[in-house]
Design a protein around this ligand. Structure first.
Ligand SMILES: Cc1ncc(COP(=O)(O)O)c(C=O)c1O
Length: 393
């Protein structure tokens, strides 16, 4: 009989020749366990998904309760489903007044697609501006926002009229004009290797967009739900987006995403044409029940207020001759080892020492520190000891 591993390589679609291929049997808190009895500290957290830890008991309970009531009922937006209503009320109460309407989708890519369509429909324009070295998703629209040809050349033609700017630079802001529908930006560029924005950059960006009637779409797919030390990263950078895209951490381990805007913008999808964006499973009640439980865990305790302190503990312990620099915010760090070779050596050692990490799409000389936000001070100390040990190569 073929093993799970053999069946995985034979029948499960792959995205590279070298998947990590750990055979997971269980995950709990900050740990993932494999079929060989190994226990790993998860510094990836599903790429900023498991912010409240794997299988948080409150999330598991909410999922089970919802399973006992109903699962999928009808395509999105037609029936009143209490998890969607409760989550929307709770989240919009935590957001600025102009972000008061939530459209539920299934993923970050779909959140970006929906946000782009909404911006085009609301402004009646089609020019889109994005920043270099960002990843916004793999669907055609989201992929069009990627400046790096490596990942999108083979899939062209993509969306026309997309232009790119350098992050944190106001040099070419003149391209933001009255033909522009939206600017898509991250408050902290995730896959560029965790590069926080500058406040005055966002101040000028907001001003320029306002002057020209251009919407700001903030991609909070990785940075949202506490990762950077505030519920959403934009809160720390002095701007309020017109549309915010979220996913990953939103579902606390279940698949769901959303784009959020002022109701007067969102209402565009009800007319000219009717059904401006539709989705079957968007906001699946079981996923949103998990999201609601996750949001309560994040906001009703002191999890988010402790994020910065925990990040600083990492920073104070990460001292080694092979570390060139550490960059980031909250519990979201890129550790620069100077070369891809070093990162590969480190990741292999780390795995052997019980740590899971990876590198960034647009920064291969850094490895990622983005554990569940539930990680304790003691667990951080153990993690850093293992990291330091793995850096001896
Ligand atoms: C910043 C950002 N935006 C969008 C996406 C796309 O999200 P998804 O993979 O859920 O489609 C990702 C995924 O990694 C992301 O990091």
């Amino acid at each position: 009989m073929l093993t799970q591993r053999q069946l995985f390589f034979r029948h499960v679609g792959q995205t590279s020749d070298e998947p990590v291929a750990i055979e997971a049997v269980k995950a709990e808190g900050i740990y993932i366990y494999d079929n060989k009895g190994n226990k790993y500290i998860d510094l990836i957290a599903g790429v900023s998904v498991s912010n409240v830890g794997h299988r948080h008991p409150k999330v598991v309970e909410a999922v089970k309760n919802q399973l006992d009531k109903y699962m999928h009922l009808m395509v999105y937006g037609e029936y009143i489903q209490s998890p969607q209503v409760e989550f929307a009320k709770m989240l919009t109460d935590l957001l600025p007044k102009t972000l008061d309407s939530i459209y539920y989708v299934n993923s970050g890519s779909e959140a970006i697609e929906g946000a782009l369509k909404l911006a085009k429909r609301y402004t009646g324009r089609h020019k889109i501006i994005a920043f270099k070295n960002t990843y916004h998703g793999s669907t055609h629209g989201a992929l069009s926002l990627m400046s790096d040809d490596t990942y999108n050349m083979a899939f062209r033609p993509l969306l026309p009229a997309v232009e790119f700017l350098d992050f944190n630079s106001t040099d070419n802001f003149d391209i933001i004009d009255k033909n522009t529908a939206c600017v898509v930006v991250e408050a902290v560029q995730a896959e560029a290797g965790i590069i926080p924005g500058k406040k005055d950059f966002f101040e000028k960006l907001s001003r320029k967009c306002k002057e020209n009637g251009v919407l700001i779409i903030s991609d909070e797919v990785q940075t949202g739900f506490g990762r950077t030390g505030s519920l959403f990263a934009f809160e720390q950078f002095g701007f309020v987006p017109d549309i915010m895209a979220v996913a990953k951490g939103m579902g606390a381990g279940m698949p769901v995403g959303a784009f959020i805007s002022d109701k007067k913008i969102m209402d565009c999808f009800t007319n000219n044409p009717i059904l401006g964006h539709i989705t079957t499973f968007g906001g699946h009640p079981v996923s949103v029940a998990a999201a609601l439980a996750g949001l309560k865990v994040l906001t009703e305790g002191n999890l988010i207020s402790k994020v910065k302190e925990k990040g600083e503990l990492f920073l104070s312990l990460l001292k080694h001759q092979n570390i060139k620099s550490v960059r980031g915010i909250g519990l979201f760090y890129a550790v620069d080892l100077g070369s891809f070779d070093n990162v590969k050596k480190f990741i292999e050692n780390a795995e052997n020492n019980g740590i899971l990490t990876d590198w960034f799409l647009f920064d291969e000389t850094c490895f990622r520190i983005a554990p569940p936000l539930t990680i304790t001070q003691d667990e951080i100390k153990i993690t850093c000891e293992k990291i330091i040990k793995s850096l001896d190569f």
